[in-house]
Design a protein around this ligand. Sequence first.
Ligand SMILES: Cc1cc2nc3c(=O)[nH]c(=O)nc-3n(C[C@H](O)[C@H](O)[C@H](O)COP(=O)(O)OP(=O)(O)OC[C@H]3O[C@@H](n4cnc5c(N)ncnc54)[C@H](O)[C@@H]3O)c2cc1C
Length: 309
Amino acid sequence: MTVDVTVVGGGISGLACARAVRDAGRSVHVIDRGRRPGGRLSSRTLDGRAVDLGASYFVVGDDRDFARVVAEWEARGLARPWTDTFSAIGPDGSATRKTGPMRWAAPAGLRSLALDLAEGLDVESGRAVERVAPFRVDGDEAGEVVLAMPEPQARRLVDAPPVAAQEWEAVIAVVLRWDERQWPADLHGAFVNGDPDIAFLADDGDRRGDGAPVLVVHTTGAAAQRHLHDPDAAIGPVVSATRRLLGIDAEPVATSAHRWTFARPARTTGAPFFRSPGLSLCGDAWGESAAVRTAWASGDALGRVLAAS
Ligand SMILES: Cc1cc2nc3c(=O)[nH]c(=O)nc-3n(C[C@H](O)[C@H](O)[C@H](O)COP(=O)(O)OP(=O)(O)OC[C@H]3O[C@@H](n4cnc5c(N)ncnc54)[C@H](O)[C@@H]3O)c2cc1C
């Protein structure tokens, strides 16, 4: 029996889409190439502890439906408000405090939220889809097909790309662990301005709530491009910049690098999703700003439309 909808991509947009379809009483199958769903909501276990390697946090925003989902996560202890205050660090290490929207984190890592959305859905992990056409996935009948992934990844799967090519930027996430915290407990996170190597850093122990002396540092797009074929080569410059800007004397005791070739779209489309008969697209490029909440809203909106069609 053919399902009504097949979602290729089990990041937060694909999972939100699948849930909207399922909640409307239609059948849906999700396929993801990863060992576990989550995509760029990525928490990897390093030295026995989950570290957030992709999205650093999320903001709830104005979407009442997403706010309801987050309120439920909070009630169940899956998500928690982290901080509304980050620092902005200049090239000389001078820091100013900046208050903004509340940033949310997940005690078990952000992937736990994707796993929660995947609960009860028919999700096939560990399968890399190779070819997609309207109503077909790898040659099989698949109902309405949704590609819930960055456009450059979607483009590889189709003969005739349904939308114009999008430009995406890379980031390398570098995890730095010390034996004990080397920075003020109220650092939380910091945007780094004017540095050639690093753009953002987060106190992972602070956001996760276990106090582990771990920073996750995101490179600039230019540094990521320089080291795209050898992400480990980004570790040295990232360690130097982090130690210089935060005034840390000690070398980290453990480091690791993760490459995101398609971390964020250079521009978002403004449209909530792309829909054509048999083949649709959703994800964080579909909306006003590339973020977790945008990806969720894009998938949810597309799922509702597909379920109603
Ligand atoms: C370094 C970094 C920092 C970020 N920081 C923030 C932040 O602080 N706040 C914020 O809100 N957002 C942040 N983001 C963005 C946020 O992570 C994304 O907006 C969101 O996770 C995108 O979800 P998605 O479902 O659209 O795409 P993805 O999470 O990329 O999901 C796509 C899925 O498709 C799967 N896939 C791809 N190709 C195939 C195939 N051929 N077959 C099967 N499956 C396939 C992948 O495995 C993946 O699971 C950050 C992202 C990165 C990388």
